[in-house]
Write a protein that binds this ligand. Structure first.
Ligand code: IVH
Length: 663
């Protein structure tokens, strides 16, 4: 019995692969159905036999309460963008400057959502979304419903691969047509539909959507003795993954531009949406030389197709109030479809912007949108005016609380300075719970606004007291025991966040995510930060006078002091729990530049070491550089360092310094 069961798994998985991945069916639908029925019968009679790679999991059926979190072994990065030939050439020049003679792999940029698939001994064990790049969500059940994701690969190895989950244009149209019939809200574009489907807690809904998946990235190629990205793609294909046949190895920028031109022409006839071309340095050793910035690899970039422009009517201009009280005029547009999504609004930034563009209410305007970039009003079409258009007039009082607006000297923006303004408070709360700040899932913008208006959450402290209202919340429409419990748990969990999240969440003017991280690492506790001075702060690299003054004045404010005190009492962690800086004299307070490939460390590892020992890494050599670390195949930075007489460390020096430190 077990033997037959294993045989059936093999037959069906192979049939799925041939049909869905290779587009080359090898058995009839009737045969397929009968094998599947046989498999289901065995599983029903012998649940103890059910294997993790059984195709029965493809049907979905498991309903989760929430997605578990998965920490990525290697962060999932995004790509930098380029928008024209000149920027592509600049990308190429940056690589050549490192002494590399680049070959690239050009790939279609699939418009879906990225996924990381993890196999142990050849079996799919988990699948995760990108999330914030560090922690994603466990979407294994939903991913198992994607027929082109192999449940077992062709070698019994441990491997992680990454790719894009997407939905075909055909399925998108079918699903929307069906929803229209049922009077349901339509999906805006393929990507939203794919993302919405993968977020389903009920995996049979995900299964019904018929998602698909292209695999394009192997994060650990050296583990498999692979030397180029193109080899990695072929390797993944051999393992049974669906790898896009359009991928092409190109030997020059000219060949790359040719590829782009060709794919731009084919774009509309492709069965799935693409929003550009991804360009990746082929040689993995060269990729290592280029390394990463905090967000992106330097060895790859995404060329985004140019924005399309359409005309629509500017129906009105309305004003919104931000967290800082900043007033922004917004265009209300006649809904118009641009590149798969419906545009109804666009920011007009400030009074000067509207005046420069000479926009009048009632104008026909041209709208531009590129991929997921925010839509933009390009210009008004003056010839289409008929005299009924109305002039734009900036408001002088806050549209929410009526307070007279203030414009600081030399600035373009107006502000509502009323600290009690409801909209400002709501926006501050939205910022506080944001993924990049305290990361409280379940408190979306609408819910914050509703809870604010209902009086449950009027300020930050109220968030942590929300559990006192649990009984009332359960009664609200759209809530229930389960979602209220989840929400309260998410709030409780946020108390454990490392300090940088709280610093960013407080919304101190001028303090973004990066500065918050620098501060948390440097001061380690909130008390240390609160007791610091402008002088100490300005001595930190990357912190100038304006930021320093803003920080000190924030913590001088009694209201803010009280807020921190109250948060402490509620048990919110006030200490940095990330990697610690452990100053070592060889590194501390020095500026380093790295060039070439090091024997024992990747560029990122070296960077982390430098930063953890209190140093700083910069991209370019200047008089301010203290040490240039030189590996194999160094670029022009090495020559420059020699010319400027800067201290140079090679592999040997690094090794002996590391030995000194590690004892
Ligand atoms: S490579 C470190 N290749 O585009 C390598 N990404 O804008 C990172 N995407 O987050 C990704 N098609 O979700 C890569 N052929 C392709 C892609 C691709 C689509 C997505 C991916 C990524 C985003 C960046």
């Amino acid at each position: 019995m077990e033997e037959r069961y294993l045989e059936l798994i093999k037959i069906i998985n192979e049939a799925d692969y041939n049909y869905h991945t290779l587009d080359n069916p090898t058995i009839t639908d009737q045969e397929y159905d009968s094998y599947l029925r046989e498999l289901y019968n065995i599983e029903e009679a012998h649940p103890e036999l059910v294997r993790s790679d059984s195709p029965s999991h493809r049907a979905g059926g498991k309903v989760l309460d929430e997605f578990k979190k998965i920490t990525h072994a290697i962060p999932m990065l995004s790509l930098s963008n380029v928008f024209n030939e000149e920027e592509i050439r600049q990308f190429d020049d940056r690589i050549k400057k490192e002494g590399i003679n680049p070959k690239y792999v050009a790939e279609l940029k699939i418009d879906g959502l990225s996924v990381s698939l993890n196999y142990k001994s050849g079996k799919l064990v988990s699948a995760a979304t990108r999330g914030d790049g560090i922690i994603g969500e466990d979407i294994t059940n939903n991913v198992k419903t994607i027929k082109t994701v192999p449940l077992t690969i062709n070698k019994p190895i441990d491997i992680e691969v990454r790719g894009e989950i997407y939905i075909s244009k055909k399925r998108f149209n079918e699903i929307n047509a069906d929803r229209e019939k049922k009077g349901l809200e339509l999906f805006q574009n393929c990507r939203n539909l794919a993302a919405g489907s993968i977020r389903q807690l009920d995996s049979s809904i995900a299964a019904s959507r018929k998602l698909d998946c292209w695999i394009y990235h192997l994060p650990n190629p050296t583990d498999y003795g692979i030397k180029t990205h193109y080899e990695a793609l072929n390797f993944m294909k051999e393992l049974g993954f669906k790898v896009n046949p359009n991928n092409r190895l190109v030997n020059s920028i000219e060949e790359l531009l040719e590829f782009i031109k060709e794919k731009k022409e084919q774009r509309d006839s492709l069965p799935y949406d693409i929003d550009g071309i991804v360009i990746k340095l082929n040689d993995l050793q060269e990729q290592r030389i280029m390394g990463f910035t905090a967000k992106y690899p330097r060895w790859a970039t995404a060329y985004k197709f140019p924005a399309t422009q359409v005309l629509t009517k500017l129906e009105d201009i309305v004003f919104t109030v931000g967290r800082t009280g900043q007033i922004t005029p917004n265009a209300v547009l006649s809904p118009v479809l641009v590149q798969g999504s419906t545009i109804r609004r666009a920011t007009l930034h400030n009074e000067d912007y509207v005046k420069e563009k000479d926009l009048k209410i009632g104008d026909i305007v041209s709208i531009r949108k590129a991929g997921d970039v925010i839509p933009e009003v390009v210009e008004s079409i003056k010839e289409r005016r008929n005299g009924t258009e109305k002039d734009f007039k900036m408001i002088d009082a806050c549209p929410i609380c009526g307070t007279k607006l203030v414009k600081k000297e030399g600035q373009v923006d107006y502000f509502c300075l009323n600290p009690l303004c409801d909209k400002r408070n709501i926006e501050s709360l939205i910022h506080f719970v944001d993924r990049h700040a305290m990361n409280i899932t379940g408190l979306g913008e609408r819910i914050i606004e509703d809870f604010y208006n209902m009086g449950f959450i009027k300020n930050i402290i109220d968030i942590y007291k929300l559990k006192e209202h649990a009984e009332d919340l359960v009664e609200l429409e759209g809530f229930g025991n389960k979602s209220v419990n989840n929400l309260i748990e998410a709030i409780e969990n946020s108390k454990k966040n490392s300090l940088e999240k709280l610093i960013f969440a407080l919304g101190i003017e001028q303090v973004g995510e990066k500065t918050a991280r620098i501060l948390a690492r440097r001061f380690e506790t909130m008390d240390n930060l609160m007791n610091t001075s402008v002088e100490v702060l300005t001595n930190i690299q990357d912190i100038g006078e304006i930021i320093a003054e803003s920080i000190v004045s924030f913590f001088n404010d009694d209201k803010n002091k009280e807020l921190i005190e109250n948060l402490k009492e509620l048990g919110i962690n006030m200490a940095y729990t990330g990697e610690k800086i452990e100053e070592k004299e060889q590194f501390a307070n020095k500026t380093f530049v790295i060039t070439g490939t090091l024997l024992n460390y990747s560029r990122d590892e070296m960077k982390r070491i430098i930063e953890n020992f209190g140093g700083r890494v910069s991209d370019s050599v200047s008089k301010k550089t203290d040490v240039v670390i030189v590996g194999d195949n160094p670029g022009s930075k090495y020559e420059k360092a020699q010319k400027l007489g800067i201290e140079i460390w090679n592999d040997d020096e690094i090794n002996s310094i590391m030995e000194e430190i590690n004892g």
